[in-house]
Ligand binder design. Sequence first.
Ligand code: HEC
Ligand code: HEC
Ligand code: HEC
Ligand code: HEC
Ligand code: HEC
Ligand code: HEC
Ligand code: HEC
Ligand code: HEC
Ligand code: HEC
Length: 337
Amino acid sequence: MKIQALVLSIGIASLVFGAMQAGKSPAAKATADKPDKEVIQINQRFSQAKPEDYIGDAACVECHSTKSHSFNESAHFAFMSDPKLPLSQRGCEGCHGPGKAHQDNPDTEVISFGKLSPKDSAAACLRCHAQTMDKSSWKHTEHAKANLACVTCHQIHPDTDLALEDQALKKGRTVDPKSIAHLAKQPDKQLLLKADEITLCGQCHQSEVAQFRLSYHHPVLEGQLVCSDCHATHPSKAAQSKQSAFKSKCVTCHADKAGPFVYEHDPVAGFGGSGCEECHSPHGSQNPNMLVTRTRGLCAQCHSDKLATHHPGETCWSAGCHVAPHGSNSSNRFLSY
Ligand code: HEC
Ligand code: HEC
Ligand code: HEC
Ligand code: HEC
Ligand code: HEC
Ligand code: HEC
Ligand code: HEC
Ligand code: HEC
Ligand code: HEC
């Protein structure tokens, strides 16, 4: 675990070094992704600082002792305390910026994430996390467009009073978190999420969470899988098309439905339609097997010409005929697997 973290750290560190060096050469700058105004402003705080503008963690901690404690047990500590790092990436000031002026007069602001606009705030994280976010991909996500910041979902200091973040959360909040608090389990500390995903995502996606309470559903509320098993919370630019905005496709976990079959059923194989979702509601449904409908209307969506009256009260599959709707190796009419 530690070794892996270190390798990742070095990877990110060299990425940041690389980006900084590229920044020095005008030619490299021109070919690079055009940075946002916010990114430039945040970066200037660091690039314009002189070494004596940095005071080091020990000085911060003299006045902010609890923050030291919480930082030391967070995922960032291992990386950011390395004395070989440039000052602009080291310790408290690696995020909050050079602190000399603030030390002399605490009314002088350091970078204070709670007070930044969501864009500025994200830019301050993206100084180092450009890789996670596939460079400029972040701003194309629905969440960035809806003015969420990284710290809407992530919490850097485990002891932060979440009430402080209400500003950021308010915008999209549709449900009182207390009303779903009973669903809360231990948030994943490593990923520094503010809450378990049901609570976190459910603050704004109440209706989606409700779908997991329908009679037949993916066992998310039961804790067997999480929203981000399917959804890519940080999709790369390439993954941002509707079809591939998912971290896992259905067949990642249901490989037996993927085939290949000798006789493929077009909607399952994805030749037409949108695949599994033609027949299944991905979150949950009141119908067995999370089917979109439990009537033969399911098949009639596309086979209205075949809508027969035999086997009244049964469906095309439950009557014992087309029992292999996902494809078959033995029957071109999907009469058996
Ligand atoms: C001499 C004591 C002192 C030192 C040293 C100091 N701070 Fe502060 N800091 C304060 C006080 C007092 C406040 C509250 C100011 C206020 O509420 O206006 C504060 C507020 C803050 C805030 C919140 C600002 C806000 O707008 O809510 C942050 C973040 C912060 N300090 C980070 C740091 C960091 C990082 C360092 C080290 C580089 C540091 N401080 C060093 C005294 C100090
Ligand atoms: C990885 C980035 C990062 C590092 C490193 C970091 N902080 Fe913070 N700090 C934040 C963010 C983001 C917030 C906003 C609240 C939160 O997410 O926990 C914050 C909030 C604060 C606050 C404001 C209090 C408040 O609740 O608004 C203080 C003070 C502070 N940090 C001090 C420190 C000190 C001292 C250190 C070093 C021991 C440090 N921080 C290291 C990102 C960081
Ligand atoms: C100075 C560079 C730097 C800044 C600024 C920074 N991070 Fe990080 N962050 C890192 C590195 C490097 C790691 C990997 C640490 C490790 O090895 O576990 C990391 C780890 C993380 C992780 C945990 C990843 C995991 O796999 O456990 C999250 C979440 C995260 N950062 C979010 C943020 C957010 C949100 C902000 C802005 C408030 C931020 N970071 C600011 C460098 C930075
Ligand atoms: C809508 C909530 C949400 C927002 C907003 C968000 N994250 Fe995350 N983040 C998550 C979740 C959930 C995970 C864990 C699952 C995963 O990796 O998709 C995660 C994982 C991470 C990780 C560790 C895994 C990885 O992909 O490297 C890092 C680092 C990270 N986020 C940084 C950021 C930064 C930086 C931002 C802002 C630009 C941000 N996050 C915005 C929810 C969010
Ligand atoms: C603070 C509010 C907020 C939080 C927290 C939040 N979201 Fe969202 N999410 C939004 C908004 C606003 C949109 C834009 C579309 C809309 O209005 O529904 C959105 C859109 C989405 C979409 C549709 C994106 C697309 O490309 O079509 C998905 C999927 C999603 N969120 C998943 C999640 C997951 C998973 C989490 C938890 C890790 C989460 N959200 C947390 C507010 C939020
Ligand atoms: C088993 C995989 C899976 C899980 C788990 C899952 N989703 Fe989804 N989700 C999907 C699929 C597939 C779609 C696309 C549905 C469509 O386009 O018809 C979707 C769509 C969405 C949308 C967009 C709805 C819209 O109208 O565009 C949101 C928001 C969302 N999910 C949130 C969540 C949240 C929050 C969780 C966790 C509580 C979650 N999802 C868990 C597969 C999943
Ligand atoms: C991350 C893994 C994962 C992904 C991705 C996933 N599922 Fe599931 N699925 C599960 C688990 C776990 C169960 C519960 C299995 C059980 O209870 O035996 C399940 C159950 C089901 C069931 C059976 C429900 C019942 O009532 O018997 C259907 C149908 C289903 N999934 C369809 C889908 C579809 C469609 C998608 C894509 C939108 C999908 N799954 C994506 C893990 C996943
Ligand atoms: C043409 C409609 C249709 C499509 C498309 C479809 N399914 Fe199904 N699926 C069904 C029907 C009908 C059942 C119920 C079968 C039964 O009762 O024997 C079912 C049952 C299931 C089950 C639960 C029973 C079992 O055999 O494990 C899972 C899991 C499942 N489907 C996953 C998927 C996945 C994954 C996809 C996409 C690769 C998919 N389905 C696409 C119609 C479809
Ligand atoms: C989203 C559209 C769609 C849905 C829903 C759908 N099918 Fe199909 N099905 C097709 C397409 C397209 C083909 C291949 C072209 C064709 O022959 O019509 C096909 C072919 C078939 C065939 C092969 C025989 C033939 O006509 O070539 C059978 C049998 C069949 N489907 C049964 C079913 C059953 C049973 C269901 C319901 C569980 C169902 N289909 C739901 C689109 C669909």
